[in-house]
Design a protein around this ligand. Structure first.
Ligand code: NAP
Length: 258
């Protein structure tokens, strides 16, 4: 059961944070893992780190997911190196702050380009290979922010993360006849490089709001992604699953003080 040995996996945004955690779980399970991001320096060091974890091959491919041509080149390189693609983790995303009153069109466009169009371009580029796999899996990294919660300064981000779920539901229907499932992981607050940039006050406030009493680890997301990627999870599709230590549950802060 739950065998991911030699499965071919693509993880966008795999050079840091949640993507690196997802890639590490797959690499430890013996999968062949390709990570994609823009900065080659970070890709190279994470490839070396992942290589030591399992028996599969590891590849780092410089890719900007906002560019459909680059996404097509990513898919072609992975097919070339691993013989196909079974699993796509469309995880690359950004979360710059922009209050609604001052948000510029460029700030809105950047977030939608990476978080929404980047997901669509990645999945489209890998589609032929996923169909050929016969058991393709698409796992989107969305968020609790947007689909379930909100946070001042991140309305554009929330919109982008909710949009991923709209994409997921129709893609799941279109791709089901090919044996492909499409699901989304909704992380709560996971301690990553990107989250560390939000500052200590943000992290302390969030920690207090989580029933589990701590931020999540990137591997917490990786474990769900790995399960959704298994043959055994083949009847689960179009689902959004929160991994958040219970963060969305309290009706008010008082619920945590009893
Ligand atoms: P992170 O630490 O900032 O890492 C982001 C990754 O995405 C990096 O590898 C980055 O590499 C890559 N990336 C960014 N823009 C890209 C682009 N245009 N093309 C290709 N790669 C790109 O972020 P994270 O916290 O791990 O977040 C990862 C995902 O989880 C995002 O979708 C985010 O919305 C979601 N999420 C995170 C949290 C959290 O608590 N951390 C919570 C909910 C959802 P380069 O910069 O080198 O390209």
């Amino acid at each position: 059961m739950f065998d991911l040995q030699s499965t071919s996996v693509v993880v966008t945004g795999g050079s840091k944070g949640i993507g690196r955690g997802i890639a590490a779980v797959f690499a430890s399970a013996g999968a062949n893992v390709a990570i994609a991001a823009r900065s080659t320096a970070e890709l190279d060091s994470v490839v070396a780190e992942l290589d030591a974890l399992g028996s599969g091959k590891v590849l780092g491919i410089q890719t900007d997911v906002t560019d459909p041509v680059a996404c097509a080149e990513l898919a072609a390189s992975v097919v070339d190196a691993f013989g196909g693609i079974d699993v796509v983790c469309a995880n690359a995303g950004i979360f710059p702050e922009a209050p609604l009153a001052t948000m510029t069109p460029a700030q809105l466009a950047e977030v939608l380009d990476v978080n929404v169009k980047g997901n669509v371009f990645t999945v489209q580029a890998c589609l032929d290979a996923l169909i050929a796999s016969g058991r393709g899996r698409v796992i989107l990294t969305s968020s609790i922010t947007g689909p379930i919660t909100g946070f001042p300064g991140w309305s554009h981000y929330g919109a982008s993360k909710a949009a991923q779920l709209g994409f997921m539901r129709t893609a799941a229907i279109e791709l089901a006849p090919h044996g492909i499932t499409v699901n989304a992981v909704l992380p709560g607050n996971i301690f990553t490089e990107g989250l560390a940039d939000m500052g200590e006050d943000y992290i302390a406030g969030m920690t207090k709001a989580i029933p589990a009493g701590a931020l999540g680890k990137p591997e917490d997301i990786g474990h769900l992604a790995a399960f959704l990627a298994t043959v055994e999870a083949g009847y689960i599709t179009g689902q959004a699953i929160a991994v958040d230590g219970g963060q969305v549950l309290p009706e008010s802060p008082d619920a945590l003080n009893t």
